[in-house]
Design a protein around this ligand. Structure first.
Ligand code: ATP
Length: 223
């Protein structure tokens, strides 16, 4: 009989499978998204991560490229990563892309799943501005990736301190509500910088997948 691997467990089976979700404007999607989440998936053993492009992000300036282009670029970027999938439910909604609505909708369709929201430190630092953010803490686990330029506050607010997890195992053993700062190599890439570079005609080939680069050129995005 095979021995259980590091991520398999009998005790956690009854809690339901853990599925990653990764929301963003992806305007455009870049290696700071793809490579960091690939590291998260390989380190945690998450078998499935859903990329969820937002239509009308409520907490930030509106994206430059339209929803269809951002969806296409995301499809191109995840090609070759069998554990990555796309969920376009926020693009099909007419209202602002509140993550809390997305999570309730995912859970109603897949009540057996537990969800881990993967996000950068910059995003977690702004969580208190999100619509019904406390409800999200009850519904999900959070996996937080380091991002150059942002760091964990020296004194964590109470909601964060009480939920901070030292290991991914703590997420596997509970239903929701843990915040796990994962240790991965930080990648200093942002979509803002890529848009600025493209506008000035500068090289971005090291920052985005080739297929995304080709798509941007063919569709004359970010000029
Ligand atoms: P912009 O520069 O337009 O704000 P962005 O590069 O931050 O875009 P988003 O699509 O807004 O990209 O980010 C979606 C998610 O990806 C957020 O949780 C963000 O923190 C995370 N993220 C983006 N880039 C990185 C990176 N280089 N390292 C870690 N997390 C990242």
């Amino acid at each position: 009989m095979n021995k259980p691997g590091p991520h398999s467990s009998t005790k956690t089976d009854s809690l339901g499978p853990l599925v990653g979700i990764y929301g963003g404007t992806f305007d455009p999607i870049h290696f700071g998204h793809i490579n960091t989440v690939a590291s998260v998936a390989s380190q945690t053993g998450l078998k499935s991560v859903f990329f969820i492009p937002s239509a009308i992000p409520p907490h930030r300036p509106q994206p430059q490229a339209n929803a269809q282009h951002r969806l296409e670029m995301t499809c191109i970027a995840i090609d070759g990563h069998p554990q990555f999938n796309i969920d376009d439910r926020e693009l099909r909604r007419q209202n602002p892309s509140y993550m809390v609505d997305t999570v309730f909708s995912l859970k109603s369709e897949n009540p057996e799943n537990r969800y881990c929201l993967i996000l950068g430190m910059d995003a977690l630092l702004g969580l208190e501005q999100w619509h019904r953010w406390q409800s999200l803490l009850d519904q999900l686990h959070f996996i937080v990736m380091q991002r150059p330029g942002w760091s964990e506050p020296s004194t964590l607010p109470e909601w964060w301190r009480n939920r901070q997890a030292e290991t991914f195992r703590q997420l596997q053993l509970s239903k929701a509500g843990r915040i796990y700062p994962i240790k991965i190599d930080p990648i200093d890439i942002s979509a803002t910088d890529i848009r600025n570079r493209l506008k000035k005609g500068k090289d971005v080939s090291q920052l985005i997948p080739d297929g995304v680069h080709r798509y941007i050129c063919e569709n004359q995005l970010y000029e």
